[in-house]
Structures are given as C-alpha cells and as structure tokens.
Design a protein around this ligand. Structure first.
Ligand SMILES: NC(=O)c1ccc[n+]([C@@H]2O[C@H](COP(=O)([O-])OP(=O)(O)OC[C@H]3O[C@@H](n4cnc5c(N)ncnc54)[C@H](O)[C@@H]3O)[C@@H](O)[C@H]2O)c1
Length: 512
C-alpha cells in the first residue's frame, strides 16, 4: 500500500497517540520498573546474577545480527561455532556498520579475543564443561535446527533456536518433549513477540479498536531478477562465501558435509534454495508474518489454507537475464496463499471468518514488506517491522481515511473507539510522541528474556516451542497445500505436542 509521506506521518501520529492514550497507566507503571523497554513491556527484570554463558552455533548473516545485538548485561558469549572460516572471521571484524558490527566493536578487541572458536557444533559440545556453557543460540540452515537443538539439549543446554522451528512438525514435537523432559528452556526466534511496536499494535487490536477484523493482508515482495543479484544465491554472489569455496569443497570431498545433512558445499551455502535444506518463501519469510497475523487475531489457530506456488521465473529459458536460466533452485519463486481464521463467534456461526492472504514474490519490490490489518472501524499498517500506521474508517458523522488525524475516546457503550478531529491537519493531542525513536525489531529483548528466564527459573518465554510450532504448522501446511494444490483443514491434534499427529504424516492430507 503506497501512501504519501504526509499520509504516513498522519498514520504514525494516530498510532502513537492511540497507544499513549490507551496504555497511559501501563506505561507509567512499567516505567517505574526501570529496566529498559523490553523488560517493561515483556515482564522481566534486570538480571540477578552473572550473565548467562552462551555459545552461538552458526555465525552467518543472522548469527551476526544477533551477536551484534546481544545484551551484554544478560548474556556472555564464550564461544562461537561455524563450518565456514570466513563467517567465523567476520564475526569478530564485522560486516555491516550497524546490523553486523562484529565482536571487536561490540565488546572491544581484548574481550573479544577471549571468545573461543570451533569448526562445528560437535567440537563445541565436546568442550561444553570446560567452557562452563549454559545455553546456545542456533542460527544455522533450517534442516539443521532440530538435529543441533536436540544434541544441545541432550548435552543439558538451554536453546534459543532461529525460526522456522524445524523442517517438519514431528521434529518440532521432539524438540518440545526433549526440552520438557530435561527441564530446559526452548525459545524460537520469531522476534515479533519481542517487538514493542507489534506489542502495541496487538494491544490496540486486542481491545477492539479496529472493530471486527475480517482481513489481514501480508506480503514480502523483493526483486532478485536483475543479473548477478540474489541475496539467497550466495555461492555465486556473496563476498563472504567465495573465500570459503576451497575449504567447503574439501569438507564435501571428505564426506563431512554429507554426515551433517548437506549434499554439497554449494547446497550448504545456498541452503534456502533447496527442498532438503530449506522451506521456501513460506518458511523463511511468511512464517514471521503469519506469526504476526495470528497475534492480531488473538493467537488463534487457523481453520484452513489453500494457495498457489510456482517456480515461474528462475530456470526458464528466455525469462529474465541469462544467469537466471541456468538457476537450479527447487523452491517456488512466487507464492500466494489464503488462510481462513476463526472469528470471535466462529463456534456458533461458521461464517464468522477472518481471511489472511500472504504473498511473496522474487521479481517485483513495489510494496515494502509488512502486514495490513483491516477492521470494520479502522486499519493498522505495519511496515518493515519499523513503523505502525493507524487510520479510521469514515462514518456518517465522523470522517476518516489516510488524511485524517484521529483520537481515542470512550464510547457511549463503554470501551474505547476511534474519533476524528474536525480538520485533516496533522498535529493533535499527544503530538505523535515516540514516532521518531529508533525501533528495536525485538532481537535484543528476545535474548534478554531468554537469559532472564534461565537465571530466574521462570518459564514465561513469549515464543516457546509450542507457539513456534504453530507458526511452523501454518508455514509447512501452506507449503503442502500449494504442492498438493488443495485446501487443507487444520487439525487440533497437530498443535498438541503430546500427540504424534502432524500434517506431513496425515493420511487425509497426503493421500486424498
Ligand atoms: N529471525 C529473523 O528475522 C531471521 C532472519 C534471517 C535468518 N533467520 C534464520 O537464521 C538461520 C540462519 O540464517 P542465515 O541467513 O544466517 O544463513 P547463513 O547461510 O548466512 O548462515 C548459516 C551459517 O550456519 C553455518 N552452519 C551450517 N551448518 C552448521 C553446523 N552443523 N555447525 C555449525 N555451523 C553450521 C554455516 O556455515 C553458515 O555460516 C536460518 O534458520 C534463518 O531462517 C532468521
């Protein structure tokens, strides 16, 4: 959805004012805790005791983002492990001035030099006692999430694993059961659960300010169609992959990669493009946004999903530049899915549905990524995890739309509703406070809370295994619906960790 800068400003100010007014008491009370925005929003405190001794397994693009954001008051990084020497190296030197600053910049070179490096997670685990290791953060390709998380939990370590939780639901259930039986924490990195912006938006939708939400439109569109450009084709195009080619080809020749679940060096580096190592656009991008959609709809499970996915650009002779004709990727390059979610009165009336559409494409970037939540009284637009805009629906007596500043008032029936100013001019009560602040995407808060729960013994993680498994069920069942070209109805037992039922083994899904 494209808005003018002025319309966006109005939307940001509307959102900010609505949060300020409806959460005044919460914000005042929370500020008194005095332990940072994450702690105040998500119910944790400053750490009592020493920072948690943590190792990172996987120091690629995302591992490096997390390492740069790691909260030193809560977490002490004692070791890092990766199969790729260039990625281990850049973890110290940094590879992006903001997102991946590197340990030397974050901790100082002297402190960073105390951090041990290992060439695989197995070498790391062999030294866990010597390192006094308590926890690991796992940021490796999807096919490795379950096996590595299970090995780490068997070794008695708490786990924060990147999303998608696992490549199938049977593995998700194994992970949850192992964590439970060993009394360990298992957190999964769907960071929107720790985003103040999303928390505030969910507060507004939860209090009914948008009225009845009947539609959420989420999308993540990018353009990788130009020659020599593709963030997911790293073997050919990534400056940090090239120096590792020789080393990785040797690991391939020696059978090391096969033992770990990779067919080749190229597959390890380009893991997102292949079915045996990745989960396609739905797992990589869509899972985050379906996570957000289900939060906005009250954390309910969907009723059904259907959709279209296709590899309609890459590998097709004559379509796009020549380097794309020889591209051997297996994953779809565009997906369009439709989820049916239950409305509040679904159990009494099956027509009370909310629809969520998700699209992701690789050949057009007109719209930025985000989610738009459409209610009968208002609309919230979440943009790139950094901005939230709020608009009111026009009614007979009170204007609305993109140009309208609005205000939250008490309704005659009780509860809060949106009201509009007399003019379409920008500034009103509250003045849009907070709109210009740097917005955290939630990575730091996610790691703080993980460490806080380890030290305090409280297991109140916001994205524990069970919640993350629901996100995996949505993403992977959408993949099945696209592959099998049919509408799939979700079953309650898939979401139950105690049941062995899973969509990928469900006879009604795969055989009918
Ligand atoms: N939460 C988010 O917003 C977000 C964003 C991007 C990626 N991710 C997730 O983070 C994970 C990593 O993604 P990435 O972009 O960093 O990929 P990447 O390819 O850049 O990095 C993966 C790293 O893992 C290493 N690795 C693979 N197998 C290993 C093993 N057995 N032991 C040790 N190291 C191993 C690789 O050598 C590589 O350096 C994925 O699960 C991805 O979905 C999450």
């Amino acid at each position: 959805m494209l808005l003018t800068p002025e319309q966006e400003k109005i939307g940001r100010e509307n959102f900010s004012d609505a949060v300020g007014v409806t959460r005044r008491d919460f914000l005042k009370g929370a500020a008194a805790v005095g332990a940072g925005a994450g702690a105040m929003y998500f119910g944790y405190e400053k750490l009592k005791g020493k920072p948690v001794r943590t190792a990172f397994i996987g120091t690629g693009d995302e591992g490096n983002v997390l390492i740069s954001e790691h909260p030193t008051d809560y977490m002490e990084i004692v070791a890092i492990a990766d199969l790729r020497p260039a990625n281990l190296k850049r973890t110290f030197t940094g590879s992006h001035p903001e997102a991946r600053r590197g340990l030397n910049a974050v901790l100082g070179a002297a402190k960073a030099s105390e951090i041990r490096t290992f060439a695989s997670h197995r070498e790391l685990l062999a030294k866990k006692d010597e390192l006094g290791l308590e926890a690991v953060v796992i940021a490796v390709p999807l096919n490795q999430h379950a096996p590595i998380a299970l090995e780490c939990m068997e070794a008695g370590l708490h786990v924060l694993c990147e999303k998608l939780m696992a490549q199938n639901i049977t593995d998700c259930k194994k992970m949850i059961r192992t964590a439970d039986s060993k009394g360990l924490l298992l957190a999964v990195g769907h960071q929107r659960h720790y985003s103040v912006l999303y928390e505030n938006a969910a507060h507004l939708t939860g209090m009914g300010l948008l009225g009845d939400i009947k539609f959420i439109r989420a999308q993540w569109h990018r353009n990788n169609s130009f020659p020599d450009s593709d963030a997911w084709r790293k073997w050919d195009y990534d400056g940090y992959a090239k120096p590792d080619h020789e080393h990785l080809l040797k690991l391939e020749k020696d059978g090391v990669l096969k033992d770990l679940g990779y067919e080749s060096a190229k597959q390890l580096v380009d893991w997102r493009l292949y079915n045996s190592t990745g989960g396609g656009l739905m797992a990589e991008l869509g899972s985050h946004q379906m996570d957000a959609a289900s939060i906005f709809l009250g954390k309910v499970h969907p009723v059904a999903v259907q959709g279209f996915g296709g590899r309609n650009f890459y590998g097709i002779q004559g379509v796009g530049p020549k380097d794309k004709w020889t591209d051997d990727r297996e994953i779809d390059d565009q997906i369009f899915v439709t989820f049916e979610f239950p409305g509040k009165h679904y159990s009494e009336d099956k027509n009370d549905l909310a629809i969520v559409t998700y699209s992701s494409m690789s050949t057009n970037s007109w719209e930025p990524y985000g989610e738009a939540v459409f209610g009968s009284r208002g609309t919230i637009v979440m943009k790139t995890e950094k901005e939230a805009l709020l608009y009111k629906e026009p009614s007979k007596d009170s204007p609305g739309g993109f140009e309208q500043r609005i205000w939250v008032v008490n309704s005659q029936e009780g509860g809060s509703v949106l009201d509009s100013y007399e003019t379409g001019a920008a500034s009103g009560p509250g003045g849009g406070a907070g709109a210009e602040e740097k917005v955290s995407r939630g990575y730091r808060e996610e790691m703080e809370h993980f460490c806080y729960c380890i030290r305090s013994g409280e297991n109140k993680l916001r994205c524990p295994g069970k919640v993350a498994m629901a996100d995996a069920i949505m993403a992977l069942t959408a993949n099945l619906a696209m592959k099998l070209k049919k509408r799939i109805v979700f079953k309650d037992e898939w979401f139950d960790p105690a049941s062995d039922a899973a969509p990928e083994t469900d006879e009604q899904v795969i055989n009918s």
